[in-house]
Design a protein around this ligand. Sequence first.
Ligand SMILES: *Cc1c(COP(=O)(O)O)cnc(C)c1O
Length: 349
Amino acid sequence: MPYEGILKEYGHLLDLPAHTLPVALLEGNTPLIPMPRLARELGAAEIFIKYEGLNPTGSFKDRGMTAAISEAVGRGVKTVICASTGNTAASAAAYAARAGLRAVVLIPEGKVAAGKLAGAIAYGAQVIQIEGSFDDALSMVVEITKRTPLALVNSINPYRIEGQKSGAFEICDVLGDAPDWHCLPVGNAGNITAYWAGYQQYAKIKGTRLPQILGVQAAGSAPLVLGHPVEQPETIATAIRIGKPARGEQALEAAEESRGRIIAASDDEILAAQRLLASEGVWVEPASAAGLAGLKAEIEAGKFDPNGKQIVIVCTGHGMKDPGIIADSMPTPKLIPAELGALEKLLGV
Ligand SMILES: *Cc1c(COP(=O)(O)O)cnc(C)c1O
């Protein structure tokens, strides 16, 4: 049977209404890439990257969006709306296009990475910048969907979480069980909520164990670590630049129930983790490197014993989403005459 997407694969395990009409782009089924060099360097038994950048629009958001859009279409919705730091916008735009719906996305002014904005526009969404933060944009879309027939497709939408549980199912299906630790970035906290729900569901129905969860926020936007909202969140990891996570309580519960924790990593640690992943062949956007950044910092501080552990790190979005981060710090490639002699001289061969 050819692969047909997460609703076909795991729909029987997702709590979706009977009116749901599947809209798929063959999302999910992303690789769990072994990272032997990284494991050796950090002293862990095994490390795997769940490479969510290989979803149709380049981030894990597609897992939840296929479910949310499928439900909305089945209910007769004509227009969907979301607030976004970028990846939700691109994903909502793609699935709305697939379903023939109108998509409206609200983004914080000037803070969305080029690859994400371009995606949303390419898929034909109406993109609106607001003079405010992601959190302001989210409040606006929550209000407008209370008053009008527009449907909300942010991760407050419960079907987003249902779809995103598929990531945990896939990891357990590939490994034959849950890992010891599961590390991931935390922004609006939908993904950590979904992974924990997915692992719990599999434990109940398949007898798999429960992983400990390490959630990682960016230090400049770490409300769950500080214990209060952050009014002006700042970080280069724009996908997790969120000061008031919609599912903050559930994220804290996931960390506590799993005997894990939520910590913060600095922008420098995040960029170093991005380079470390790329040095073993996996290029991810900055936010996606937060899971590794946090894990590495914990190990170096002696707060995490990696010895003998099997660790899965979710890398949530593709490096090509945010080319500016690399381009801005990139030396201009050397320019030489189109002559072999010049090339040999430069290479020293
Ligand atoms: C959305 C997103 C996150 C944060 O996920 P939440 O569910 O909001 O916690 C992290 N990384 C990337 C690349 C994202 O697009």
